[in-house]
Design a protein around this ligand. Structure first.
Ligand SMILES: *[C@@H]1O[C@H](CO)[C@@H](O)[C@H](O)[C@H]1NC(C)=O
Ligand SMILES: *[C@@H]1O[C@H](CO)[C@@H](O)[C@H](O)[C@H]1NC(C)=O
Ligand SMILES: *[C@@H]1O[C@H](CO)[C@@H](O)[C@H](O)[C@H]1NC(C)=O
Ligand SMILES: *[C@@H]1O[C@H](CO)[C@@H](O)[C@H](O)[C@H]1NC(C)=O
Ligand SMILES: *[C@@H]1O[C@H](CO)[C@@H](O)[C@H](O)[C@H]1NC(C)=O
Length: 377
């Protein structure tokens, strides 16, 4: 009777028709359940638990559509242009394994992170720098969101742009862009060192020298010094205490090289970020103080307290010198490379800088000409 009523194209009342259909579905479900428990019980009796799992697993795989091995957890993202918000990205980037030893063959890489406004005019020089070292580095580019990348598929910069936002000099948005670069680079488990560069930076040694210097150092290269003058401690605001005290206040250039631990420290920070955002506003230039101060509090023993990016402030003013076509000579490179002595793992050395800024687009031609002789590129 019930079945006939259910088939009826014009049921007397709607609710009744539905409840009868529901009952039918429920009955069929019940029958299936009994059948299934019977089958699984008899299977369970025949195999041990492990072998049941072994039998069931492969049959599920095609439905899920992904591998069940470890590689799904360690494979770097294939598309850097993800749709995660910063909040989601930072959370994802700070998932850290508690076991130190990697259960797979890890090939540690250096992440080169370019913070630029738009194009990378010195890209041809960098292409030469990276040539032949595939698999030892990763590249990430953060530019103004309105800028569309223009690199051919043969370029090392092809599809290396990450989702970006406007970043203003001296403002928290600049530090946020740097954190965004770090967070994206952290998604690749093989990135162990992270270098921040700008579109006006050039390498001043070849790739192998850079790798040996960075991987052999006990410390990360981040400028951090205690400037007691008005442009240093003078920018500290007492409202930042007790999280940030005057004695911890540091200043340094934003162009850093840090290792994975420090990168995670920066991306996970929710203690110092609000303090700097609220109390370090122009004329306190937050990108000169936030990371140096925060890392001096969190991990002072991991810092070399100096930058490996050379810059020339000797011309005075609030901006460093920019070098163009006429400046690029063999003597210029000799001067830059031997401009200073510093400590490397506790020993004095004249090899203090691996990169230099600022270079105008017009310097590209002479740089490419001198590169084989001076840079070995
Ligand atoms: C890199 O430069 C160093 C010294 O500047 C040199 O000894 C080395 O042979 C160069 N490596 C390559 C691969 O060119
Ligand atoms: C510290 O910051 C607060 C809030 O922005 C401001 O009112 C105060 O004047 C600042 N103090 C100093 C010493 O700059
Ligand atoms: C800052 O100073 C206060 C009081 O001396 C202390 O309790 C606090 O731990 C200090 N903060 C840091 C980050 O050292
Ligand atoms: C860097 O400075 C911190 C304190 O600000 C210090 O503890 C650390 O030893 C310094 N690093 C080196 C390599 O001297
Ligand atoms: C490094 O040079 C400084 C002077 O610039 C000197 O005081 C120090 O003793 C030297 N250190 C070593 C390990 O040679």
């Amino acid at each position: 009777m019930a079945i006939e009523e259910g088939k009826d194209p014009v049921p007397v009342t709607r609710t009744r028709g539905i409840s009868v259909r529901l009952l039918l579905v429920f009955l069929m479900f019940l029958v299936l359940c009994v059948l299934f428990s019977f089958i699984s019980l008899s299977t369970f009796r025949r195999f041990s638990f492990d072998s049941v799992a072994g039998v069931v697993k492969p049959s599920l795989e095609p439905c899920i559509g992904e591998s069940s091995g470890l590689d799904q957890w360690i494979r770097p993202p294939s598309n850097l242009m993800h749709t995660m918000s910063d909040e989601e990205l930072f959370w994802r980037a700070t998932l850290v394994p508690k076991i130190r030893k990697y259960p797979f063959d890890r090939n540690p890489k250096i992440a080169f992170m370019f913070l630029s406004k738009g194009p990378l005019p010195l890209a041809p020089l960098w292409e030469r720098y990276f040539k032949g070292h595939e698999g030892r580095f990763s590249i990430y580019v953060h530019s103004l969101p309105s800028y569309n990348e223009e690199f051919p598929p043969t370029s090392v910069f092809y599809k290396k742009h990450i989702p970006s936002k406007v970043a203003e000099w001296g403002r928290m948005s600049m530090c946020d862009a740097e954190r965004r670069l770090l967070a994206n680079a952290l998604l690749d488990f093989s990135n162990e060192w992270f270098i921040l560069l700008s579109e006006s930076c050039i390498p001043i040694y070849n790739f192998s020298t850079t790798v040996n210097y960075i991987t052999g150092s006990k410390y990360s290269f981040l400028g951090a010094f205690d400037d007691t003058g008005p442009y240093g401690r003078g920018r500290y605001n007492e409202s930042m205490a007790p999280e940030v005290n005057l004695s911890d206040w540091r200043k340094g250039s934003q162009w850093f090289e840090i290792d994975r631990r420090l990168a995670i420290n920066i991306v996970e920070d929710t203690i110092y970020h609000p303090k700097f955002e609220a109390f370090c506003r122009p004329h306190c230039y937050v990108d000169e103080h936030y990371f140096p101060t925060m890392l001096t509090i969190r991990a002072p023993n991991l810092l070399a307290n100096r930058s490996i990016t050379w810059v020339d402030w000797s011309r005075g003013g609030s901006h460093p010198a920019t070098f163009g076509k006429g400046d690029i000579t063999v003597e210029f490179f000799k001067k830059v490379r031997e401009s200073k002595t510093c400590e490397y793992n506790g020993r004095n050395t004249t090899l203090c800088f691996l990169f230099a800024r600022k270079f105008a687009p017009s310097s590209l031609e002479p740089l490419l000409q001198l590169a084989p002789k001076v840079l070995g590129l």
